[in-house]
Ligand binder design. Structure first.
Ligand code: GN1
Ligand code: MG
Length: 373
């Protein structure tokens, strides 16, 4: 293979050209609302749907981005193949990894930044908040399809690209490491609320890890980040057509996915809302999502999988609040922020949501039991 040519990293248009094998770039713009990577939409002058998403991978979060690409390629190639061999009476697409002119699945610029490109799912869009019940059923269906398409892949073949990801006890350890930095400062009422929120739930936070250790929940391949805006919807039919953002695909629990999907999609206000005290978990939406999910997933779920669903929803919501709060206390080193208190506000939103989940435990458990029956 040829040696990679180096281009100045700030000029993403030039970097995009490395992946634009089929045409000339007509438009390149910042895209989406990711908290970690830098994302751009690149449009080409072709008629055969070759627009793509260009991303600069955050090295702090993903220390070995080449392994992220390895996982992504294994997953997308497998899922695409499986899709070709089943009969599906609706549109479904798997994003695919683009290669550079020199045949690499990434491009490293002179600053050492790691860039990669993925096909854009044409005529589709994402939503940051759920629109209605039909929408929730489609989000659930999308997660089900995702799990179904990769269900036969052995998780051991995939690299652990993000050690500790969704291991709540590990996040608690990190939290405890940054806490002493703040013991002498004047604490606001919001920070005190968060501190108490975490300490009241500390003992329960290993619920999924214990279930995994006791072999009640098997290690499976997971998406890792199936939040609402990672599901693409066909712009004309309003049906889900793809699940995107495959950076966090790695061995884990499907419960992390179920929990993350519901904590994200059943919060009608979305996770970037100022009025955190008004945040709540909508159980009707959760019913819609689980119904859509189980249309596909019922075939491969075990009795134990249902037993831990409620815990997963509660835990991943709590965990994301804890991750935001820890990052706020640590000086905002992980999640991108727009202002210094941003991660504190995000934490409050998730904790309020977790509170709402807890107060509706009976309803949620009943929904799960009715759908399982
Ligand atoms: C991050 O970058 P983005 O928005 O796809 C984070 C997820 C969180 C999410 C919250 C690698 O995802 O775990 O749930 O923010 N990704 C990573 O919006 O930490
Ligand atoms: Mg993501």
């Amino acid at each position: 293979m040829m040696e990679e040519i180096k281009i100045q990293g700030t000029d993403y248009f030039k970097i995009a050209e490395q992946f634009a094998l089929n045409g000339k770039i007509t438009e390149a713009k910042a895209f989406g609302s990711g908290n970690i990577n830098d994302t751009y939409l690149i449009k080409l002058d072709t008629v055969d749907n070759t627009d793509f998403i260009l991303q600069r991978i955050n090295h702090y979060v993903f220390p070995q981005p080449q392994l992220v690409m390895q996982n992504m390629r294994m997953l997308t190639e497998y899922a695409e193949n499986k899709l070709q061999n089943i009969h599906l009476d609706r549109r479904w697409q798997v994003p695919h990894v683009l290669l550079t002119k020199d045949g690499f699945d990434h491009y490293t610029d002179v600053d050492g930044s790691f860039w990669r490109a993925i096909s854009f799912i044409q005529d589709s869009q994402t939503f940051d908040t759920i629109q209605n019940i039909e929408h929730s059923q489609e989000v659930g269906y999308a997660l089900g399809m995702f799990h179904y398409l990769i269900g036969d892949l052995s998780p051991e073949k995939f690299a652990d690209t993000l050690p500790g990801f969704h291991i709540t006890p590990t996040y608690l350890q990190q939290y405890e490491e940054v806490l002493p930095l703040h013991s002498n400062t004047n604490l606001s009422a919001e920070v005190k609320y968060c501190l108490k929120f975490v300490s009241d739930r500390q003992k329960w936070a290993d619920v999924l890890e214990n279930a995994k250790a006791e072999n009640k929940l098997p290690l499976r391949l997971m998406h890792g980040d199936p939040k609402i805006n990672n599901v693409m919807f066909d712009t004309s039919t309003n049906k889900a057509v793809s699940v995107i953002d495959l950076d966090t695909v790695k061995p884990g629990l499907i419960h992390y996915d179920i929990g993350d999907c519901l904590r994200s999609a059943c919060n009608p206000a979305g996770e970037e809302v100022e009025d955190w005290e008004g945040v709540y978990f909508d159980t009707d939406l959760s019913q819609g999502i689980l119904q859509g999910y189980l249309c596909v997933a019922k075939a491969f779920l075990t009795e134990n999988d249902y037993l831990y669903m409620y815990d997963a929803i509660r835990l991943i919501t709590f965990e994301l609040g804890l991750r935001f709060f820890t990052d706020y206390l640590a000086g905002n080193v992980y999640f991108k922020i727009k202002y210094p208190e941003h991660n504190l506000l995000r934490a409050l939103v998730q904790f309020k949501l977790a509170e709402s989940i807890e107060s509706q435990a009976n309803t949620i458990n009943q929904i799960i039991a009715d759908l399982q029956a």
